[in-house]
Design a protein around this ligand. Sequence first.
Ligand SMILES: Cc1cc2nc3c(=O)[nH]c(=O)nc-3n(C[C@H](O)[C@H](O)[C@H](O)COP(=O)(O)O)c2cc1C
Length: 162
Amino acid sequence: MSYAIVYNSRTGNTELLARAIQEALPPEDCLYFGRPDPKALEAEVIYLGFWTDKGRCDEESARFLQGLTAQRVFLFGTAGFGGSSSYFDQILDRVRGELPPQAEVIGTFMCQGKMPMSVRERYEAMPESPRRTAMLENFDEALHRPDGQDLAEAKAAVLRAQ
Ligand SMILES: Cc1cc2nc3c(=O)[nH]c(=O)nc-3n(C[C@H](O)[C@H](O)[C@H](O)COP(=O)(O)O)c2cc1C
């Protein structure tokens, strides 16, 4: 079955997942790999990777998803906050909302992705509070993500969805 891996990645985290997913799939069936582009729409299965922006997928990914018709879709993404799977579920629900009703979601995967140091500096400038501490801890936990385990889990999720 032909497939396309389409992703938007501002700082490279989602691109790491896209490249891992590419390794897990048969190269001969790959129609397209890269940024959102109408060329990808010809594929039967679309692996769409987004970064999280204000609790939803980034705008370029949203626009691409809105342009799908009846493809099968695997959604993957990264988010700076990764403490709970219910947080990822909320984001994924919103991302599914961008899809036309005929598109079928065959699987999903999300993991934490590191954030720029400027974000940590912003947290550091905040007055001491439990929230500030939690945000700094979350930032530091994300520093090496996606890690090897995330990439292995992304591959496994894709293979399960075959
Ligand atoms: C403008 C902006 C908004 C963001 N909003 C969120 C957010 O609402 N929730 C979240 O968990 N992470 C948020 N992040 C963090 C990114 O989603 C996260 O670092 C992601 O892994 C970046 O992926 P990329 O490297 O593929 O661009 C935001 C980052 C930026 C730059």
